[in-house]
Design a protein around this ligand. Structure first.
Ligand code: SAM
Length: 246
């Protein structure tokens, strides 16, 4: 069943109004939906609804609420992935896998060795990356759409770390302390956590020191050096395995 997203304001007592032009086009011309057919709708905040289409026009659709439930697939743990901006084309993969694995937010970061310097077109890139997240979340049937952005300079990212219960910094030079050991022996279960992943060139020594001074826990993801587009999803999977799965 196809999933669509609305804002809570679009949800009435018994009906939901859909006005997003892309969604309406998709329903009419791609899915060729007809009144009476069922669709899934999420309000993006707390509830997901099983609905029956009652009216479908190019500018508006209305669906009758048949059933509603709290999000069934949203993780309890709020994870932010700070991703050193990689070369062209890799961010889409990182976003797609991160969304499937339950990330709440992905923040692209300009680091000393990230290839893409602060090259304009950031707005255009963020729009494209957000669209990847919007599509991925429908496929994996999550209730909330993870936020992509804003793009941050390394120093600005470092200032945000205080806001998390746990800050994990997978560092390619770390050979002793594994993410497994750190997660297994956390003093308490975090509600929020962030992962900081470097670009292809990794982190500079200065960046590593800055992160450790900011209280980030430097961890190894294992004996091999992972590609940047592997490291984020892999670390996320390990975190979800240890802290989210029953
Ligand atoms: N240029 C670095 C080098 O050759 O050592 C490799 C950087 S790696 C491609 C990109 C990022 O993935 C790293 O900055 C780190 O955040 C993460 N990463 C990759 N493998 C890792 C590992 N075994 N342990 C911890 N972090 C790792």
């Amino acid at each position: 069943m196809s999933r669509f997203f609305v804002t809570p304001e679009a949800v009435g007592e018994t009906r939901i109004r859909l006005t997003n032009p892309d969604d309406l086009h998709h329903m009419l011309h791609v899915l060729r939906l007809r009144p009476g057919e069922e669709i899934d709708i999420s309000d993006g905040v707390a509830w997901e609804y099983r609905c029956a289409l009652r009216m479908l026009r190019p500018e508006l659709a209305e669906a009758e609420i048949l059933d509603r439930q709290a999000f069934a697939r949203e993780p309890v743990l709020d994870v932010t992935l700070y991703q050193g901006i990689p070369r062209q084309g890799k961010m889409e993969t990182i976003i797609q896998k991160g969304v499937e694995l339950g990330v709440s937010r992905i923040v692209p970061v300009f680091t000393a060795r990230s290839v893409a310097a602060d090259s304009g077109r950031t707005e255009k890139k963020l729009l494209r990356w957000q669209r990847v997240a919007d599509e991925s979340v429908k496929q994996c049937r999550r209730g909330k759409i993870p936020e992509i952005g804003p793009m941050l300079a390394f120093a600005d990212m470092a200032k945000q770390l205080d806001g998390f219960d746990c800050v994990l910094f997978p560092y390619e030079q770390e050979e002793k302390r594994t993410i497994k050991r750190v997660l297994r022996y956390l003093p308490s279960r975090p509600r929020s956590l962030c992962l900081i992943i470097g670009p292809e060139g990794g982190f500079s020594r200065r960046e590593a020191e800055t992160l450790e001074e900011a209280g980030a826990l430097c961890v190894s993801l294992g004996k091999t050096i992972l590609r940047t587009e592997t490291a984020g999803p892999a670390a996320l999977a390990m975190v979800m395995y240890e802290l989210e799965m029953e």
